[in-house]
Write a protein of this length. Structure first.
Length: 280
């Protein structure tokens, strides 16, 4: 078996190797030092930039609001809940937009920083109520199924948009400016029907028959007050689109049989509508 001879380094080779290692360590220390200097300079520059008076919002007048039709600019500015003076660069536009969208009155929001000149630009889309929500114990006018009035119930009333978002009625009507109140009313415990509301409202809004009220008090029989009279739907279910189509077909019913001959219309089976006449 042949044994290879060992390579023996000379003293000059060892010195060269040591000098090479020292240069590598020196270069490594220099690079680390350079990185530290650059990072420190960047951090100091960022801090100095943030502290510059020109990048600070001194009051709410630096918040430019757009998209609002009814809410005054001051109301939107107040919803941001900012403390002044406020560094513009420390604000997170996405967090601010999310915060606005969680309020009762704002359906959607976008927030942008504007650096020249320093300002905060806010675009909002207000919630549009589509129904007034009455509590279940609200009295109704006998025969017409119309709600007797809302003055004494204002503290418990609400407004609902198409998505089911609740808005406090009194806060809404106390605004300096507001759109007209919706003509549709709902009657019942909101917590019991809020999950079904978007689906039900979407279907009812397609009807050519004017609907004034939805009575949810008995979930086994949802009752509509319409221009053709009282309409009984039974429980809300997958046949709702068929029921709305059947309702539209009956829109001339009062002219055909006489309004005084209709106590209510039963559409629980939309393929076999039933008209209940008053007792003789």
């Amino acid at each position: 078996m042949r044994v290879e001879p060992l390579n023996v380094l000379s003293s000059d080779d060892i010195d060269d190797r040591r000098r090479q290692l020292r240069r590598q360590r020196s270069l490594h220390r220099w690079r680390n030092g350079a990185r530290f200097v650059v990072l420190a300079a960047f951090t100091a520059g960022a801090i100095a930039l943030i502290r510059q008076p020109g990048w600070t919002l001194n009051d709410a007048s630096a918040i430019k609001v757009s998209g609002n039709r009814w809410l005054p600019d001051e109301a939107v500015q107040a919803l941001l809940d900012l403390n002044y003076p406020q560094s513009l660069l420390r604000l997170d536009p996405n967090e601010l937009a999310q915060h606005l969208s969680q309020s009762e009155t704002i359906a959607d929001a976008r927030v942008y920083r504007e650096l020249m000149p320093p300002a905060l630009k806010v675009w909002v889309q207000e919630r549009q109520p589509v129904a007034i929500a009455y509590p279940a114990n609200t009295p109704v006018v006998s025969g017409s199924m119309a709600i007797a009035g809302r003055g004494q119930f204002e503290d418990r009333l609400g407004l609902i948009d198409a998505s089911g978002q609740w808005m406090t009625y009194k806060d809404y009507v106390d605004r300096p400016q507001m759109p007209p109140l919706p003509t549709l009313a709902t009657l019942g415990n909101y917590d019991e029907y809020k999950e079904r509301w978007p689906e039900v409202y979407a279907e009812l809004s397609l009807s050519s028959v004017q609907i004034a009220q939805i009575d949810w008090r008995d979930p086994r029989n949802i009752i509509l007050s319409t221009e053709i009279g009282s309409v009984h739907l039974g429980p809300i279910g997958p046949r709702l689109p068929e029921q709305i189509i059947a309702l539209d077909r009956l829109r001339n019913l009062p002219q055909q049989v006489g309004a005084d001959r209709i106590l209510y219309v039963d559409l629980s089976d939309p393929r076999a509508p039933y008209v209940q006449a008053p007792s003789p």
